[in-house]
Write a protein of this length. Structure first.
Length: 698
């Protein structure tokens, strides 16, 4: 049954005191006392809370009922731009070439291989559609074949809570072994013997804290603890160097890291720490020959540099500069080959690839840059299985250019186009224009904005504009191609991305200026970007729809509080809006690791004050707000469902307008929303239908 009367959550005042300051939280009851169990079994959610969430869902459905035809049209459009039987470019690993493909109508990937010499038929290793049958949610973590190609280890989450279970499939028989590893992170690494694998487990607070070694055909209880992280503020991860010589176990928060290694061909060896953690020093390690290459910010290398040392003496006292630090040139990633070291860098907000040939002693030989011509674009290195090769694979796209995959010969300096993203319903890049603007921020900084719109669109301020932003964790939003956003652009919207502080679009300095007590720069930049777009004629005041998710959803909450008159609407996906309460609760999964990003309001009165000044939930007040659509996931361990629910309840109780306020909670999913490539499109269709509805274009 649907209703057009908005639900009203009960106020149940809870007093909270910290640092001699008292505040009232009227909706704290929406947090289920057994939330940890709810993530693993959503059916046990408190009945009163479920009733409220379902009432909000019913209200959203009723209000958006007049757009159901539009949502269906948008869905069909966006689906029509996807090649349903698409496949990845095969990646060679000695006798086989491995790839992922989809079947027409299929929601999930199918993992396959063929003989690399082209002599044999396709072999399906793991059929995601078949395995997902009957499950409301289904997500595949790692799906990795063993070095001898005899086994496949795969990790599955069927609740959206990011608790994965790993199983091992015998590729000769097609049957799974009895091995089952539960409550893990979704990542695995094989040792060289193809009989041993490493994995990390999650504790009762949903934090990865232990790495185990598992031998095939043995019970989980017999697994050996390899590493345990005692600091609740550190995450752990596992990996392998490109040479496959070393297993990597990393421990890190948002500004400090520590790397441990062991030989992949000696899985029972004792872990060796490369360099013990030092506050605010980050480093990553790869190897070529008898040398480690280290990407690090040590020695005040704010934009990172590359160092080297002998494999036999990996401690920091043996590190020496290989690629010195250069302010303004942010080194993002390293990819190692037997005779080359490849760097992905960002300069002036745009990425580039730098190829360096190595001399026998590991020092630099010839070096060159792979160049690109468009005004704004996205670039990424693609890992392969082969180490001793002169070919590196990379991806390229722009807001108007569909994704392309190239093989680049590092000796001949030639690129071969392997694949261009197909748009079955058709796409002409000339129908669209992309521009890179620089918006003056209120403190004199220049904020990059990527803009895409229909060619010839008059810049007279009449167009509605969707402005996307994130601005946290140093994450840079790429200027990449999206088939979905064309549905908005084709209906007259301008689409813009504000590359605000808190990301690393303009180097590590850009990130530091948007975290901790400087977090307000993130919100100011977004508002100032909107003002600049208005001044340049792309839109007008009150015609902007802001969009962001997770920490970008926090951005949406902050700007809605601070500059509501700028926006026609806000779309906030799984928004991190209850910042002060979450950062004050050290039992939540992400809280201790997040303190370097936001501050620790438990220990620091100053951090408490700075967070309290912008936390969206705490700053809701009696004023007019734009139209707002909020989404949530019941089993989300990153932004727990009660954050958007509490924010919705408080907004509805305080706002002084008649604008739409909608909350849609996915009762079968977590942070990433619905599983399956087409189900995710339905969520995008809802967001876009909301934007078009409030803009009068539905």
């Amino acid at each position: 049954m649907t209703t057009t009367t908005p639900p009203v959550a009960q106020r149940r005042e809870k007093k909270i005191s910290a640092h001699g300051i008292e505040r009232i939280d009227p909706y704290a009851w929406l947090k289920d006392e057994n939330w940890q169990q709810v993530m693993q079994d959503p059916s046990i959610l408190n009945a009163e809370i479920r009733t409220y969430l379902e009432a909000e869902n019913d209200y959203t459905k009723a209000v958006m009922q007049d757009t159901e035809g539009l949502q269906d049209t948008l869905y069909k459009e966006m689906k029509g731009r996807i090649k349903e039987d698409d496949s990845s470019v095969p990646s060679r690993d000695r006798p086989f070439a491995y790839y992922v493909r989809y079947r027409t109508g299929g929601q999930h990937p199918i993992y396959c291989r063929k003989p690399s010499d082209g002599s044999g038929e396709e072999e399906i290793l793991f059929d995601g559609d078949k395995e997902a049958k009957g499950k409301a949610f289904f997500d595949i973590g790692d799906c990795e074949h063993s070095p001898d190609h005899q086994y496949l280890a795969y990790c599955i989450d069927d609740k959206g809570s990011e608790f994965y279970t790993a199983r091992i499939r015998d590729l000769q028989t097609g049957e799974d072994l009895e091995d089952a590893i539960e409550n893990m992170t979704g990542g695995i690494e094989w040792a060289a013997d193809s009989n041993t694998l490493f994995y990390a487990t999650l504790n009762d607070k949903h934090r990865p804290d232990k790495v185990f070694r598992h031998e095939l055909r043995t019970s989980r209880s017999a697994d050996t603890l390899v590493y345990e992280e005692k600091d609740p503020g550190f995450f752990i991860g596992i990996g392998k160097t490109e040479s496959s010589r070393f297993i990597i176990i990393s421990a890190h928060d948002h500004e400090t890291s520590e790397v441990h290694i062991l030989p992949a061909d000696d899985p029972k060896a004792v872990l060796q720490c490369i360099q013990p953690r030092e506050p605010k020093i980050e480093y990553e390690v790869t190897d070529i020959g008898e040398r480690f290459y280290i990407l690090t910010n040590c020695d005040d290398a704010e934009d990172y540099k590359v160092m080297q040392c002998p494999v036999s003496t990996p401690g920091r006292e043996y590190w020496s500069d290989w690629q010195p630090h250069e302010t303004g040139t942010l080194v993002l990633d390293l990819l190692a080959f037997a005779q080359f070291l490849v760097r992905l860098e960002r300069v002036d907000g745009l990425p580039r690839i730098v190829i360096t040939e190595l001399k026998e002693d590991g020092s630099k030989g010839d070096e060159h840059i792979v160049s690109f011509d468009e005004e704004a674009y996205a670039l990424g290195l693609i890992d392969g299985y082969e180490f001793d090769t002169q070919v590196v694979r990379f991806s390229y796209s722009s807001p108007t250019t569909p994704a392309q995959v190239f093989d680049y010969d590092m000796v001949k300096r030639t690129r071969t186009l392997l694949k261009t993203q197909e748009v079955p319903s058709g796409h002409n890049p000339a129908d669209y224009e992309t521009h890179r603007l620089m918006a003056p921020a209120r403190d004199g900084e220049l904020v990059p904005i990527t803009v895409v719109h229909k060619a010839g669109l008059p810049l007279d301020g009449t167009a509605p504009l969707l402005l996307y932003g994130y601005g946290s964790y140093g994450h840079a939003i790429p200027a990449s191609f999206s088939t979905s956003r064309l549905s908005l652009i084709d209906r007259g919207f301008v689409y813009a991305i504000a590359h605000i502080r808190g990301g690393m679009e303009r180097g590590y300095r850009w990130y530091k200026q948007g975290k901790l007590d400087r977090k307000p720069n993130t919100f100011n930049d977004f508002i100032d970007a909107g003002e600049h777009l208005i001044s340049e004629g792309y839109t007008s005041r009150g015609c902007i729809v802001g969009h962001g998710g997770s920490a970008g959803g926090m951005l949406m909450g902050a700007v809605a509080n601070q500059a509501p008159e700028l926006f026609l609407g806000i779309v906030a996906d799984v928004p991190f809006v209850d910042v002060l309460n979450t950062m004050s609760d050290d039992t939540l999964p992400l809280t201790p690791p997040e303190w370097p990003e936001w501050g620790n309001p438990i220990e620091s009165k100053e951090a408490y004050g700075s967070i309290a000044a912008y936390s969206p939930y705490d700053n809701v007040r009696a004023q007019d707000y734009p139209h707002i659509l909020i989404t949530a996931g019941l089993t989300d361990p990153r932004v727990t469902y009660w954050e958007p629910a509490k924010w919705t309840a408080k907004l509805r109780a305080n706002k002084t307008d008649d604008q739409l306020l909608l909350l849609k909670t996915n009762m079968d999913a977590g942070h990433g929303g619905a599983s399956g490539r087409f189900e995710q499109i339905k969520e995008t269709a809802l967001n876009f239908a909301f934007a078009l509805k409030i803009a009068g274009l539905s």
